[in-house]
Design a protein around this ligand. Structure first.
Ligand code: GDP
Length: 367
């Protein structure tokens, strides 16, 4: 089932395939069904489930990934009918976040999001779910939810209680970690060092640009979601003013609300920035859609009020026609290539021009 046009559906499915590959899967086949609304019982139409079953048999697939969020019963019904594991977009994205989180806070946030996703889906389906979250090395305690009555019910209740406790504990931990971060942030404000946040759709080239601008040596991966924990680097303007540059969490369409919630505190740092450098992938088939998706998330954390500098990246690989179209569409954008270095000086100048001027100018001598 898909919302929007055929092209939207194709793009969304291509992205889902890329996400699945990032998570370590091999993608065999894609199926799209056009419907007015998802089937309440099976998401796709009941007849289509048989087609799906046939594809599973023909290809030997062991997992079905669905491009949307499935209700607990839709997931259960699909698994029963097709006899293979069914994962939805949300579970897939949560799994990737779990694989990539590096900092203690990032890990705690992902685990919290996973448990909140898991809790309503526990009913009698503990086994399937513990398999789903198994990839992250957690959630293994929910197994064996077969019998719904008698001792099974008790087990389920125990599992639920344990998960609720863990959720409460993670919330407390995250809260105290956020306090530490806020203190650091307050210090920055006191020092009046302007902050630039690099935001943009996942894989747009944020890490590469941060490296270009600061020589930071940040991990660059051709995978969605390489960036989960914000990296902050210092930079200086040509006239010696210090500012910070932070790479932010990757944005993606239909970012599960659990993730937006979990990363709200991290994303809120973007809301504190003096300037948002919004990086767009010039080679993407639908860059406008990406810009829209990113701005939606920015608005959620109140960062839509901030000055935004649009940067079109990967111009080394963008065809001429697209370049012309994008230049007409975004006349104020800076066009760069993090790879070749084209436009980077211009970008640095554009950033400097937009930084607030401190009342008292502090000159910093570089070591
Ligand atoms: P992020 O997810 O936004 O941080 O993106 P990354 O910086 O990790 O880059 C994602 C992918 O795009 C990597 O494979 C990069 O090598 C590639 N990439 C980044 N900048 C450029 C560029 O200017 N040109 C081209 N052709 N590829 C780029």
């Amino acid at each position: 089932w898909t919302e929007g046009t055929q092209t939207d559906a194709d793009n969304s499915l291509t992205e889902l395939a890329a996400l699945a590959e990032t998570a370590g899967s091999q993608v065999l086949e894609g199926l799209i069904q056009r419907r007015h609304r998802p089937d309440p019982a099976t998401y796709i139409g009941r007849g289509k489930v048989d087609d799906l079953g046939a594809v599973v048999l023909a290809t030997g697939a062991d997992t079905i990934i669905c491009d949307g969020e499935l209700s607990p019963s839709q997931l259960r019904n699909l698994e029963q009918r097709t006899k293979v594991k069914v994962v939805d977009r949300t579970a897939l994205i949560l799994d990737i976040f779990a694989q990539h989180a590096k900092s203690k806070e990032g890990k705690a946030q992902v685990e919290l999001a996973q448990l909140e996703y898991l809790l309503p889906r526990l009913r009698g389906w503990g086994e399937a779910l513990s398999r789903q979250t198994g990839g992250s090395g957690r959630g293994g305690g929910a197994g064996g939810g077969v019998g719904l009555r008698g001792p099974g019910e008790t087990k389920l209740e125990t599992d639920r209680r344990r998960i609720r406790h863990r959720i409460a504990r993670l919330r407390r931990e995250i809260k105290s970690m956020a306090t530490v971060r806020q203190t650091k942030r307050a210090r920055r404000t006191r020092n009046a060092v302007p902050a630039v946040a690099i935001a943009g759709y996942t894989n747009a080239g944020k890490s590469s640009l941060l490296n270009r601008l600061t020589g930071a040596g940040v991990l660059v991966e051709n995978a969605l979601f390489a960036t989960l924990d914000p990296t902050t680097r210092r930079a200086t303007t040509s006239d010696g003013r210090l500012y910070t540059l932070s790479d932010t969490v990757g944005f993606v369409r239909h970012l599960p609300h659990q993730i937006v919630e979990a990363f709200r505190s991290t994303l809120e740092e973007v809301g504190d920035a003096d300037l948002v450098v919004h990086v767009v992938d010039g080679t993407h088939p639908d860059p406008e859609e990406q810009v829209r998706a990113v701005r939606e998330v920015l608005a959620e954390v109140g960062a839509d009020r901030l000055p935004e500098l649009l940067v079109v990246n990967k111009t080394d690989a963008t065809d001429e026609e697209t370049m012309l179209r994008l230049k007409r569409l975004w006349p104020d954008a800076v066009f760069v290539s993090a790879h070749s270095g084209r436009g980077i000086d211009e970008l640095r100048e554009a950033v400097e021009r937009r930084l607030p001027r401190p009342a008292v100018e502090v000159r910093v001598v570089l070591p």
